[in-house]
Design a protein around this ligand. Structure first.
Ligand code: ZN
Ligand code: ZN
Length: 316
């Protein structure tokens, strides 16, 4: 597959900006886990009061969450997912699984057990193609013929990245950075673009620099972040002058379904994102959409099909 045909356009990138903030992702994750109260979000995300207030307001403004009174007479509020927010469920479930699998600290800091109501087993989510409901590997994914505007899309994204909203630094104002693993990795436009380029075969520093037209200090810092987190490897392919390439690790490759699920969400919910290139699952010929299957009973999992068992509940 050609490296030029990247599958993000500016509308999608804007959609990802909505959720591509580490705090927003953490809040959404907690909402999927059944948490509704301000104090619960505070406790589990580790966000400061001010940060949480800002991010909840942004999520409400962007239509992902709804704020309502707990009862008609109460001044207290709870925060619920809207339909748009709920549509992030597959991505969120896969992100939860990824963190469980790949982050050493996740088992102590992440919730809980998810139980599939259908089979009463603890859920081990499997990303599958929505067309054939089978698992897929990266080499079965092709670009659809309308995908050729890739370069143009990159140009749009680059021009947008200058106008990004103020975002929190990668690690700040938190007591518990362990929780932020996945959002640190994909919650930044440049990191996301590097990852997508890597999914489609790009490896060399010079190739990233040229394709993404990215400032070398930004490219270096993002590559370092990805290497430090075990998502990319760094290896030398030339001594003089020294040159490096950055192949994906297994951990990095396993981010693919999550990135695709988020992209899919952005395409569905961002008004301008309709005309974008699709990905084909070559085995069945369907446009790739991600569904999530229960690893035990192989049924497709919906949000309503899940029970949450927290550690606190277990101890009672
Ligand atoms: Zn398929
Ligand atoms: Zn099941």
């Amino acid at each position: 597959m050609s490296n030029n045909h990247l599958v993000v356009n500016s509308a999608i990138a804007q959609g990802l900006d909505v959720i591509g903030d580490r705090w927003s992702l953490l809040i959404l994750r907690d909402a999927f886990l059944g948490r509704r109260r301000f104090e619960e979000f505070r406790r589990y995300t580790g966000a400061s009061k001010a940060t949480l207030t800002r991010r909840l307001a942004a999520l409400i403004e962007q239509g992902l969450m709804i704020k309502r009174s707990i009862s008609p007479l109460s001044k207290r509020h709870e925060y619920l997912l809207s339909a748009k927010g709920a549509a992030l469920f597959p991505a969120s479930l896969l992100a939860w699984q990824w963190e469980q699998k790949w982050l050493a600290d996740a088992s102590t800091s992440l919730p809980d057990t998810l139980i599939h109501r259908g089979c009463q087993q603890a859920i081990s989510p499997q990303a599958v193609c929505g067309g054939c409901e089978q698992t897929f590997s990266l080499d079965e994914i092709r670009l659809s013929p309308i995908a050729v505007q890739g370069i143009q899309h990159i140009e749009e994204i680059k021009s947008l990245s200058g106008q990004r909203r103020v975002r929190s630094p990668l690690v700040s104002e938190t007591a518990d950075t362990r929780l932020a693993g996945i959002s640190d990795l994909i919650g930044d436009r440049w990191t996301l673009l590097i990852l997508i380029s890597a999914f489609f075969g790009m490896q060399r520093y010079d190739a990233f620099a040229k394709q993404l037209n990215i400032a070398s200090n930004i490219l270096s810092s993002r590559l370092n972040l990805l290497v430090d987190n075990g998502v990319l490897q760094r290896r030398s392919y030339q001594d003089s002058p020294p040159r490096h390439e950055y192949p994906l690790t297994a951990k990095g490759l396993s981010l693919f379904p999550i990135v695709i699920a988020m992209r899919q969400w952005a395409v569905e919910w961002e008004a301008d994102a309709t005309a974008v290139a699709g990905l084909l699952h070559s085995s069945c010929g369907a446009l790739l959409s991600i569904k999530v299957k229960c690893g035990s009973c192989a049924e497709i999992i919906d949000r309503q099909d899940i029970d949450y068992v927290s550690r606190a509940d277990n101890r009672k």
